[in-house]
Design a protein around this ligand. Structure first.
Ligand SMILES: *[C@@H]1O[C@H](CO)[C@@H](O)[C@H](O)[C@H]1NC(C)=O
Ligand SMILES: *[C@@H]1O[C@H](CO)[C@@H](O)[C@H](O)[C@H]1NC(C)=O
Ligand SMILES: *[C@@H]1O[C@H](CO)[C@@H](O)[C@H](O)[C@H]1NC(C)=O
Ligand SMILES: *[C@@H]1O[C@H](CO)[C@@H](O)[C@H](O)[C@H]1NC(C)=O
Length: 416
């Protein structure tokens, strides 16, 4: 055992040297800004896959989508991460945006890329499967009637089934877009399409978030028509086992903390709460989109009360059309890309890291490359310093990213 570890150790030293050289000579990939992409966390590999979207600064015809992942390296003290480009490794996904993507397959290691719009209007295929083990992109054969494609749906994956509600048709002139009242279930194990119940469902909804907490999907925000936003006091839920929709009232202890309606926001669930971040609001009278009122809010799913996380630094970025990913088994929420909604609206390719169990709700802005994601020193006691966010430390630690890569292999596959 020790002997095997030693062999591993020396191999990894060599590999890590190589890795360092690659980093030093600037071969690393830094993805540009984007909006309306998706992020899918593949837990066993500690990778977040980023798929498609548009670069708002470069809207010209682009035949292929970006597809890349954030490789997360877990050490005792920090998470390190690096971007890995899959497009340059031959993964050719036709340019896709405003789609949804989720994990599926018997081993939960395939990413299903569903719906959305393509730049190439001749491409009528709206379902792709990306196998994270082989990096193979394919068009899966699914039994049953494939639903019409639509944009701005969000999805939940549970026990091999992906639940997709609503959305709207893609049109260049948004005022003629049709908001869809449809509930589709993609069974990624038996490979068939199923039709979900619409009894007591929302009439239509697009640009919402769908978040699974204890078998219940919570539908938050979004629109049912171009200028008809869902109030944040109205939460539709769908009980997967009971196959039952309900409309519930959400409240707030202080009217001042009631979050504003929004679309293009994100949501993650942690510790029985749903953390909703950012989004955009507009109506027929505003000539530009505004940041949603109350950027970062949380909904307690036990009593459906909205509140505001007690942020250490309340000057959080007002993002929309970004993605949020919770690293499973941790309290780390990773926000990336999207638009910064402060006027003039700009797109962003930074990473923001929030620890949802930090009593001080400290958060970090992380500039690549290479990327260090600090772990809070001890979340159970009052943190004593913010050393992990010091720029000097970032530089020093970044030099040894190659060595950290080695740690990941040893932690995650000690018996191979
Ligand atoms: C990181 O590694 C530690 C052990 O070193 C483990 O307890 C923890 O669950 C890991 N975190 C993730 C997100 O894999
Ligand atoms: C779509 O098909 C039409 C007709 O064949 C063709 O003229 C057009 O160039 C195609 N568009 C793209 C983006 O390939
Ligand atoms: C969009 O469609 C609406 C409704 O048909 C129409 O009134 C409007 O002029 C269209 N806008 C543009 C820019 O074509
Ligand atoms: C955030 O917390 C740290 C200590 O944890 C403190 O030094 C810093 O001043 C705080 N920042 C703000 C804006 O309150």
């Amino acid at each position: 055992m020790l002997y095997r570890k030693l062999i591993h150790y020396s191999i990894f030293i060599i590999l890590s040297q190589l890795f360092n050289i690659i980093i030093v000579y600037g071969q690393e990939y830094i993805p540009g800004s984007r909006i309306k992409h998706t992020a899918v966390f593949v837990k066993p590999e500690l990778k977040i896959y980023y798929i498609g979207g548009n670069n708002p600064d470069n809207l010209k015809q682009n035949p292929e989508s970006d597809i890349f992942y954030l490789d997360i390296i877990n050490t005792t003290k920090n998470f390190f991460s690096s971007w890995v480009n899959l497009k340059s490794q031959g993964v050719k996904l036709p340019h896709t945006f405003s789609h949804t993507a989720n994990i599926g397959g018997a081993n939960q290691d395939s990413v299903y890329i569903i719906g959305g719009a393509h730049w190439n209007e001749n491409n009528t295929n709206f379902l792709y499967r990306f196998d994270t083990k082989t990096n193979e992109l394919s068009v899966p054969v699914i039994e049953g009637k494939a639903p019409q494609s639509r944009i701005e749906m969000n999805s939940v994956s549970n026990e091999g089934k992906i639940y997709i509600f609503g959305g709207r048709t893609y049109t260049l002139n948004e005022s003629v877009s049709i908001y869809v009242n449809q509930f589709d279930i993609l069974d990624t194990i038996n490979l068939n399409w199923q039709v979900g119940s619409l009894v007591n469902s929302p009439v239509a909804l697009s640009g919402y978030t769908a978040t699974l907490v204890n078998g219940i999907i919570y539908y938050i925000g979004g629109r049912s028509q171009q200028y008809v936003f869902s109030p944040m006091t109205e939460i539709f839920t769908y009980d997967i086992i009971g196959n039952k929709w309900s409309l519930k009232k959400a409240t707030t202890a202080d009217i001042e903390t009631m979050p504003g309606s929004r679309t293009g926001h994100s949501a993650v669930s942690f510790d029985g709460k749903i953390f909703v971040y950012g989004g955009s609001y507009f109506n027929g009278d505003t000539s530009y989109d505004m940041p949603a009122k109350k950027t970062f809010v949380m909904l307690d799913t036990v009593n459906l009360v909205w509140s505001i996380p007690p942020l250490n630094d309340t000057n959080v970025p007002e993002l929309a059309y970004h993605t949020a990913t919770l690293l499973a088994d941790t309290s780390a929420m990773i926000l990336t890309f999207g638009n910064l909604m402060s006027v003039p609206i700009k797109s962003d390719n930074l990473i923001y890291l929030f620890y949802l169990d930090d009593p001080n709700f400290r958060w970090y802005k992380i500039t690549p490359p290479p990327i260090l994601l600090p772990k809070p020193s001890d979340t159970s006691s009052t943190p004593t310093s913010t050393e992990t966010s010091s720029p000097d430390k970032l530089v020093i630690v970044s030099v040894s990213v190659g060595l950290m890569k080695m740690d990941k292999e040893i932690y995650l596959s000690p018996s191979t």
